[in-house]
Design a protein around this ligand. Sequence first.
Ligand SMILES: Nc1ncnc2c1ncn2[C@@H]1O[C@H](COP(=O)(O)OP(=O)(O)O)[C@@H](O)[C@H]1O
Ligand SMILES: [Mg+2]
Length: 483
Amino acid sequence: MTRRLPWVIKYRPKRIDEVVNQDKAKQALIPWIEAWASGRKPAKRAALLYGPPGVGKTSLVEAIAKEYGFQLVELNASDYRRDVDIKRIVGSAARKRPLYGRGLIILLDEIDGIAPREDAGGLRALLEVIKETENPIVMTANDPWKEQLRPLRDAVLLVEFRQLATGHIVRLLERICKAERLYCEKDALKYIAEKSMGDVRAAINDLEAVAEGYGKVTLSLVKALVRGRDKSIDLWRTLNSIYYAKYAWQAKKAVTSSEEDYETLLAWLNDNTHRKYKEPEDLYRAYDALSRASLFLARAKYRGHWSMLSYVFDLMGPGVAFARVKGQVARERFSYPERIKLMAQLRQVRETREALAGKLAERILASRATIKREVIPFLTAIFRNSQDPTVPARIALGYNMTREEVKLLAGARAEEILKAAERIRKARPGEEGEKAVREERQAKPAGLDAFLGLGSRGGIAPGKGASRPQRSTRRRGRRRGSS
Ligand SMILES: Nc1ncnc2c1ncn2[C@@H]1O[C@H](COP(=O)(O)OP(=O)(O)O)[C@@H](O)[C@H]1O
Ligand SMILES: [Mg+2]
């Protein structure tokens, strides 16, 4: 089974003009590369692109190489830390003639990794290589002002990259949504862009996380899922880091650096491991680890043995990661854990009851607590048991209840009561109470549709399509919206 490409790779800029919002950097870098391309070696034979992560440094180098026909040799930090490595690897690349194309660009990505003291020799060696290189050397760094990089700074062309503006990030995200045929709300993209604080990589990752988890990107989803970049690795990243971990420390770090509490994380792992692992033996091992994690977590919490948390981390992270011995990670989507879903539903019920209690308290002049304890149970009994649905319907209208509130009280009978209430409301626009209900009892056909809603107090939210441009409804709508 193959994992599809992460979007940050899939949607990497392929041409220079696809790298947006970095015109100044391009103005500095392109003439320098053109000089190399035309055989005039510029005075400074290396360039240092610096700026925050995820703003297009690596992307621009790759795009330039492609458009100017340079072969790109990309070296990772681990290749060029020690001076002998630098002389051997970078040095030989610096003298090399390209296999194809006009030349060779040597990219030393993220040189911040070179440690000040241990690798001092490495830096010196790098400076020597820069002096003599036959090929352009491009380095990238987040922070070029570190003391250890000072000798380097004088020897290179410094090119600054800036954080991207929110608007630019939104447009990049929109392009991806379109290409993926994904339903994306503009406000949601704005939200993601703002949270990313100029880091396009983070923004694209967040977009992908929400899309992969939910198949669409709405404001409410991203508000619930996307956090500030500085705050945390989000849940999706945490889970992926666990399921796809190559090393134990990666899986463990995913757990310890997650912002979710461990119980939430455990719930997600519990409900998703069977989607990701398909081999029974892998699953057996994973759930064994999870059950132990749960045990240790309980001991840590309830007996205060906090030192046991470290077992929890090990079992949830590496324990799950290395349970997978035989199979591949399946491509199934993560799903919301049932337990957490249930809690959310309960919360909704609680909120509805709270709102209803508030509404009744105003009219009955009793405290909310009293209402919840003494009134709501009786209303519930009436709504669920009365023979005649117009009785609860009338109460609902009288107290201006919302659909949710009627549902809370009536349970399975909600629809029946709502319909009765709707009939009463339609039957006598402008009047409520006794008269309307009496007529309802006589089963007189309503039929005054033309007056739909006119003059009524708008107790029950209209069904789909029934628009009632009425003050009371609007007011209620707003109140509910703002709570
Ligand atoms: N200026 C930009 N224009 C278009 N896409 C960008 C830009 N900056 C970053 N990206 C996107 O973010 C991802 C990471 O960019 P990258 O060039 O690796 O950032 P950096 O090297 O600055 O950390 C890329 O795959 C690309 O899709
Ligand atoms: Mg980079």
